[in-house]
Write a protein that binds this ligand. Structure first.
Ligand code: PLP
Length: 489
């Protein structure tokens, strides 16, 4: 069969062992996206959109609505009893236990022991909580190494932590820049060489598992082991990795990690975050004599504490003795948002029907198909309208997740995004010139990819004619954005 035909895409979908999951999600229709109201009109386009934006906000599992109804009914009918009374006809835990209820399934997603994972706060807040515990600068070691193009929230969090210790940002923040101005990618060897340069003065290394802009999946085990061999604490931001690629946080000896649940984990906008603390850091020991805390006889890593991190058995004693729960749960601060954990429960109940390894298997194939189809389109365009885009994500599948970042010809972005939106394709842009295309293995299909390529072909043809400041003659030189980054082979 012609692997470039739509029939091939349909055949691949029919052979996809995970195809049943698509039906477990609410996929916005083209009509849904076009209309300015929530309520549907009778005569609108009911075909599903092509949703490639799970790297930003994942789609809603159908289970979520039914779990939310249970949560709302419990609140309505039981009031405060909902905290502690188990209820027969609900899939949800009593509110006092919703955090513990999620630990094992969330730990499976990131490759951790159950006790090493907790859900709490949000990603940036958790980054701060983790740095409060793990960034303890001394005269000898005070620097934090991160990437120069880190997600701004991570950059701000690091800057502010340095300031809170009355240190100079200039002397304390080491930014890893891509070594080539032609590429946003950061080779592992380059990261290791920056670590070498600052090793003896560095307290903390903070990197993204998957870089949000380029889609590069960093060599987490190698980088972690190397930095730790130099005495550096290693934390990872897994915003784009959790639920997307398999990680083995415990085995890789990662010190801490944080992630959000609204991307590949499909828990809804701004939903509660996840947090990993290696078991070696979150044990609670009996002390002889005076304790580490003001009244406690327990030894534990200092943290920004709150009552929800304190032992469940004494939490309501109101005696002001902090007895951290052993494990990551001891880093919790406030009582858990049950609205949020209801969404997490629904999401994990979908994930539980498969595994992150199975999902990765599909994801590798689907993203490779997207890459191949984009390459074919690029070749075709070079012969006709000139080059319109290039892929800046690593070409090696092991070095990327679901997302391919596509660098458009400078000046094309607005026109292409407008055409995609009109045709019911949802993906996101990173100005000035990049679109991020993320087929999520839980709900995207080969047919989605095929249809997207057809729509992109037309969008590029239109942009050639209409994009400001472009003409065929300038385009054929194409492929570089304003940062000068071009295609990575
Ligand atoms: C890599 C990365 N870090 C941090 C954040 C900020 O997350 P939050 O707003 O949940 O704190 C995001 C959000 O998309 C992100 O992609």
């Amino acid at each position: 069969m012609d692997t470039t035909s739509r029939e091939y895409a349909i055949q691949q979908d029919s052979q996809d062992p995970l195809r049943r999951f698509r039906d477990q999600f609410v996929i916005p229709t083209k009509g849904d996206l076009a209309r300015k109201t929530i309520k549907r009109n009778a005569s609108e386009d009911e075909r599903p959109s092509i949703y490639f934006c799970g790297n930003s906000l994942g789609l809603q599992p159908k289970l979520t609505r039914s779990y939310f109804e249970q949560y709302l009914s419990t609140w309505a009918s039981k009031g405060v009893y909902g905290h502690f009374k188990e209820i027969g006809d609900t899939d949800l835990a009593a509110w006092l236990n919703v955090d513990a209820d999620l630990q094992a399934d969330m730990a499976n997603i990131v490759g951790a022991k159950t006790s090493e994972v907790t859900v709490m706060q949000t990603l940036t807040a958790n980054l701060h909580f983790m740095m409060a515990s793990f960034y303890r600068p001394t005269q000898e070691r005070w620097k934090i190494i991160l990437e120069g193009h880190a997600f701004p929230s991570d950059h701000f969090a690091v800057e502010s932590q340095i300031q809170l210790h009355n240190l100079s940002i200039k002397d304390s923040m080491v930014l890893i820049e891509p070594p080539s101005k032609d590429s946003p990618l950061i080779p592992t060897e380059h990261i290791l060489s920056i670590i070498d340069q600052h090793a003896s003065e560095t307290a903390l290394l903070l990197l993204p598992g998957i870089q949000y802009y380029s889609g590069q999946f960093l060599d987490m085990p190698k980088i972690t082991a190397y930095a730790q061999s130099k005495g550096i604490v290693v934390g990872w931001d897994l915003a784009h990795a959790a639920g997307n690629v398999p990680t083995r946080l415990h085995d890789w000896n990662v010190d801490f990690a944080v992630w959000c649940t609204y991307k590949y984990l499909n828990c809804g906008p701004g939903s509660i975050g996840g947090c990993f603390v290696h078991e070696k850091h979150c044990q609670v020991t009996e002390l002889n004599g005076a304790g580490a805390g003001s009244h406690s006889k327990l030894g534990y890593r200092p943290r920004l504490a709150g009552w929800w991190g304190s032992s469940k058995t004494s939490r309501f004693d109101m005696d002001n003795v902090f007895e951290p729960i052993p494990g990551a749960a001891g880093f919790q601060v406030s009582n858990t948002s049950v609205a949020d954990t209801t969404a997490v429960r629904a999401s994990l109940d979908v994930y539980k029907q498969t595994s992150i390894v199975e999902l990765r298997e599909k994801s590798l194939k689907l993203t490779k198909y997207l890459e191949d189809m984009l390459d074919l389109l690029a070749v075709e365009q070079e012969k006709t309208i000139g080059r319109c885009f290039s892929i800046i994500t690593p070409r090696n599948p092991a070095e990327r997740g679901a997302q391919l970042s596509v660098l458009l010809k400078h000046g094309f972005l607005d026109s292409v995004m407008e055409s995609l939106e009109e045709a019911g394709v949802v993906l996101d842009e990173r100005r000035p010139d990049v679109i991020r295309v993320a087929p999520a293995p839980l709900y995207n299909s080969w047919t989605d990819v095929f249809d997207f390529i057809e729509i992109l072909r037309q969008a590029c043809s239109k942009a050639v004619k209409t994009a400001p400041g472009t003409s065929h003659s300038v385009m054929v030189d194409g492929g570089k954005d304003s940062k000068g980054w071009s295609e990575i082979k």
